[in-house]
Design a protein around this ligand. Structure first.
Ligand code: OXT
Ligand code: ADP
Ligand code: MG
Length: 568
């Protein structure tokens, strides 16, 4: 080095930030603290949007749904041990739901952790994360940051998407290296999720089975929504003429009011179909594992379109597996169908349409109820009309009755507008999802939350107010979990499923400068939600629901184990 010329240096902090930016990651969800506080500050200074949450689990859920909405990994940043563990639930959730996400956690001194000498927030995080995610990596040297992040991104989004853990020990951030060498060490990931073209023979086999059907059914799952192949899927479904059943987060991929939609004839189509084509949906508990009472007596043939070959035959035999990405698979179907594909048999279409129309007609009067306190249908009838008028609104939903009834009542009109508890039926996604949905899409968000469900992430209303996000939270306040009517006959403590009666969640919002409204009738609710969506102001509406209106566990009460002992 010539005297007087100073070598330009970079360090671990800057390399992490540069690697994120190089790969188009422009948003990070997290909670600051040792050893990542400065990383967050510097990232913000370098133009990354860093959203600070009140609890890592909510930041993690935000990152997971950002991944679902964008097909890029959502990033969650946490401190060591406890912060890492708080984020880990969300990472496991992302993996279970096939959402791409990267949990980046700072960690303590390797030498001390491995000798278990009791470092500050000591934990062998890499080992703990491994079984709960798709891949887990640790970077020890500044020159490996580029490779580490590239591996994390590729692992998260390629094949079946999922969660990836990236461990960054505190010591890494301060490591310095030559700036030019540092820049060279970064990796821009090329074609992170390559197309996966299905084999022509698998496409032909699938179409032959579909063509042979007398009562075909297409089930669209959230994998199909994730794929962002909306046009191809719509064209394929319409060309096939086959009735389709959307799983919860696939609602709106084709509109719920589409003439082929069988959402309101669910029991009938599952029981009576003879050929079922699954597109980005697994035959897990939500589809009764493809067998048993739900699926009726008649033998069924399953076609499955999925990027994950190991998903095939997981619960029942798949006679026509089609392995590939959904966009490529559905396009291949369209090509191979040719011009003369004959639509599904008309008697079957008529059967499905009749059942659907009967169910819709049966529900219609309930939605008109203007009773006060409200029941679920009265309140949801108001919200359904709002979503019909504002179809771009992102609808976030959790709870038991609040979830199950909203799923049926509130029609979705556009893809990826309904976000909910997903594969685990997990409570706590509400505020994290809402924040990320607003941040990633710029669209208004309506979060409809059971009062219990809301409690799992409720403190994030401060975050919503701080970032002035266009989120309207409606709490279906029925004084408790499922119902607010339980009593404890054995003592003075309240029953296990009830909360303080008549709580006013709207006051929480006012504490942080947001708008709070107490709504006791569908009309009041409608006015308040419309005002919130018009103004874009953070709003929380306490919707007072009859405590006796719900049922135990909503639509899945049958999953509760029963005691065989008679009470004395
Ligand atoms: O065809 P049929 O006749 O069968 O009719 C069907 C459709 O055809 C018809 N339908 C329609 N009719 C008319 N018009 C329209 N538009 C229409 N659309 C449909 O309606 C019926 C039903 O249709 P659906 O819904 O499609 O079908 P079905 O049979 O329900 O589908 C089956 C499933 C399994 C696919 C579906 O039920 C489903 O997706 N379920 C998801 C359930 C779920 O995930 N629940 C959340 C978990 S519950 C429980 O675990 C809770 N906890 C424990 C807990 C959790 N979860 N997490 C954590 C971290 N800790 C603890 C807790 C604490 S819930 C909970 C809180 C609850 O309290 P809250 O206060 O929050 O909420 P409230 O209950 O409101 O008080
Ligand atoms: P749902 O709960 O809506 O039924 P699941 O989460 O059970 O949906 O299933 C989603 C499926 O979609 C997973 O098996 C996953 O492998 C698959 N998948 C996700 N993305 C794609 C994609 N781009 N192409 C093909 N399959 C995908
Ligand atoms: Mg409740």
């Amino acid at each position: 080095e010539a005297p007087g010329t100073e070598q330009e240096l970079t360090d671990g902090f800057h390399l992490v930030i540069d690697a994120l930016k190089l790969n188009g990651i422009d948003t990070v969800y997290g909670v600051p603290g040792i050893p990542i506080t400065d990383l967050g500050r510097m990232a913000q200074a370098e133009g990354i949007r860093v959203l600070s949450f009140r609890h890592e689990q909510n930041a993690g859920y935000a990152a997971s749904i950002a991944g679902f909405l964008t097909k890029r990994p959502g990033v969650c940043l946490t401190v060591s041990a406890p912060g890492f563990l708080n984020g880990l639930t969300a990472l496991a959730h992302a993996t279970t739901n096939c959402f791409p996400m990267i949990l980046i956690s700072g960690s303590s001194e390797r030498e001390i952790v491995d000798l278990q000498q009791g470092d500050y927030e000591e934990m062998d995080q890499l080992a703990i994360a491994k079984p709960l995610c798709k891949a887990a990596f640790r970077v020890l040297h500044a020159q490996d940051i580029g490779i580490g992040l590239a591996r994390a991104i590729r692992a998260a989004v390629s094949g079946r998407p999922g969660g990836v853990y990236l461990d960054l020990p505190a010591k890494l951030f301060g490591q310095v290296m030559d700036a030019a060498a540092g820049e060279k060490s970064l990796v821009k990931v090329i074609d992170a999720a390559p197309e996966q073209i299905p084999s022509p023979s698998s496409v032909k086999r699938a179409l032959d089975v579909l063509k042979s059907a007398k009562r075909p059914l297409i089930i669209l799952g959230k994998g199909a929504a994730y794929a962002q192949a909306d046009e191809a899927i719509k064209n394929f479904v319409e060309k096939s003429g086959v009735p389709f059943l959307p799983m919860s987060m696939a609602k709106g991929l084709l509109p719920d009011l589409h003439p082929q939609c069988a959402g309101a004839a669910r029991s009938t189509v599952l029981k009576e179909a003879d050929v079922v084509m699954l597109i980005g949906a697994r035959l897990n508990w939500l589809l009764s594992h493809g067998k048993g009472k739900t699926w009726g007596e008649a033998p069924k043939k399953f076609i499955q379109v999925d990027i994950e070959p190991k998903e095939m035959d997981s619960n029942v035999e798949i006679v026509a597996p089609v392995v590939g990405d959904i966009g490529s698979c559905v396009s291949a179907f369209l090509d191979a169908m040719g011009a003369n594909w004959s639509a599904a048999p008309s008697d079957w279409l008529a059967t499905v349409a009749k059942k659907r129309d009967d169910n819709v007609a049966k529900m219609a009067p309930k939605l008109m109820s203007n009773a006060s306190p409200m029941d679920y249908h009265g309140a949801l009838g108001a919200l359904r009309a709002i979503i019909a008028e504002r179809p771009d609104t992102i609808f976030v939903n959790e709870g038991a009755n609040t979830l199950d009834l909203a799923r049926g009542v509130v029609d979705m009109h556009k893809p990826r507008k309904r976000l909910d508890v997903g594969t685990w039926g997990v409570m706590g996604i509400g505020m994290g999802y809402s924040i990320a949905a607003a941040v990633e899409t710029g669209l208004p968000v309506l979060a409809v939350e059971g009062d219990s469900a809301f409690g799992f992430s409720g403190m994030e209303v401060e975050t919503i107010c701080r970032y002035k996000l266009p989120i309207c939270v409606v709490i279906f306040n029925n004084d408790g979990i499922y119902r607010g009517t339980d009593v404890n006959s054995a003592g003075d403590d309240p029953a296990t499923t009830v909360f303080v009666k008549g709580s006013r969640y709207d006051k929480m919002m006012e504490a942080f400068g947001g708008v709070g409204v107490n709504a006791t009738s569908p009309d009041e609710l409608k006015r308040a939600v419309n005002a919130a969506l018009d103004s874009g102001k953070p709003t929380l509406i306490n919707a007072v629901i009859d405590p006796a209106a719900g049922s135990e566990s909503g639509r899945i009460g049958n999953l509760n184990p029963q005691s065989v002992l008679k009470k004395k």
